[in-house]
Design a protein around this ligand. Structure first.
Ligand code: LTN
Length: 327
């Protein structure tokens, strides 16, 4: 019996080459191993102010890009969170079984609420909405970055508490820490991660960037004065990052790449990296354009919503019955 895995995408910023190499590539490779649920967490995107156009466009953009990168709609149940009207209902029932203290201790909440004194209550209760996402589909595994691990642990606590209080209702999920993909760094400042919400985007390659611009960004990536294409994370973070990019997109290992470029200067190496990145992006963008101009995404989301709405509605009914919310 295949286990159930759930992935949530928050539709903010623009998807980058770092997102592909660090996460999407693995998802594509793993899609036969699980029953996969994949959803756009649009209701999570509004905990902090977000522009309406950005939010709306990103919902479709993100999905089209995931599909263009190789996510197969036959192997994933794909849906939009806000299409499932029972999710906020369930979330309320769970909120009433979650302590204020638990939520105020969440690291992400503490960090984000520090940045703006006027934060919304949604920023505080958001981990309960995330718990709902997970518990509704009976996920066994939740692949997340290390920053989301605490939220999955909270989900486990909320679920066990509910089970204890009202009887067996939820499956207890496990976080699957996905630091297996190579972490791609910013091209200008290779000490920080390539971020999809970075303002100065000279160091960031977005999957939908114009290819000429991509080449320019790679050719002007920060390197060092040593002149050798050798991997050294500490002393040569810029070159090591470019080696990682090249290795990931060509499925080679680090030493093979070093060997290939042992007689090349930085300009030649960068040019080869740009070739590989541009030919990869060209393929993705071609498929993206087909998808975005068709009604395929709408169809996929409609079908996904039918499946998950039924699961959520059943879960909501079960919970109401156990809690005593019925005539
Ligand atoms: N919180 C996640 C997005 C997210 C999610 C989820 C991930 C919302 N609900 C459920 C996994 C399972 C984020 O900020 N990336």
């Amino acid at each position: 019996m295949k286990k159930i895995s759930l992935t949530g995408l928050k539709p903010t910023g623009s998807l980058t080459l770092g997102n592909y190499i660090g996460a999407i590539k693995q998802m594509v490779e793993m899609q036969d191993n699980y029953i996969n649920y994949l959803f756009v967490a649009d209701m999570h995107a509004i905990t902090v102010p977000i522009n309406r156009e950005e939010l709306h466009n990103n919902i479709k953009n993100f999905l089209a890009l995931y599909l263009a990168c190789g996510i197969d709609p036959k192997k994933n149940i794909i849906y939009l969170q806000s299409d499932i009207e029972y999710i906020p209902c369930i979330s309320w029932l769970l909120e009433c079984n979650t302590y204020y203290g638990e939520l105020s201790r969440m690291i992400q909440f503490k960090e984000k609420s520090k940045k703006n004194a006027n934060f919304s209550v949604g920023l505080l209760t958001y981990p309960v909405l995330m718990a709902t996402d997970i518990l509704v589909v009976d996920a066994d595994y939740v692949p997340v970055g290390i920053d989301q691990k605490q939220h999955v642990e909270l989900t486990r606590n909320i679920a066990s508490r509910f089970n204890k209080k009202y009887g067996e209702t939820f499956k207890i999920p496990e976080p699957l820490i996905t630091e297996v993909g190579t972490k791609i760094m910013d091209l200008v400042d290779p000490s920080k991660k390539m971020s999809k919400t970075e303002e100065n985007n000279k160091g960031v390659i977005c999957l939908l960037d114009d290819l000429k611009l991509v080449r320019k960004k790679i050719m002007s990536a920060t390197t060092d004065s040593d002149m050798k294409v050798v991997y050294d994370q500490e002393k040569k973070p810029g070159i090591s990052n470019l080696i990682n990019i090249y290795a990931s997109l060509t499925n080679k290992n680090i030493s093979e790449v070093e060997e290939m470029f042992k007689n090349s200067n930085y300009a030649q190496f960068k040019s080869a990296v740009a070739d590989v990145v541009c030919s990869f992006l060209e393929k993705i963008q071609l498929r993206y354009n087909e998808l975005i101009n068709s009604d395929e995404i709408d169809k996929i989301l409609r079908e996904g919503a039918l499946v998950v709405r039924k699961m959520a509605s059943d879960k909501f009914d079960t919970m109401k019955l156990k809690i005593g919310l019925y005539r």
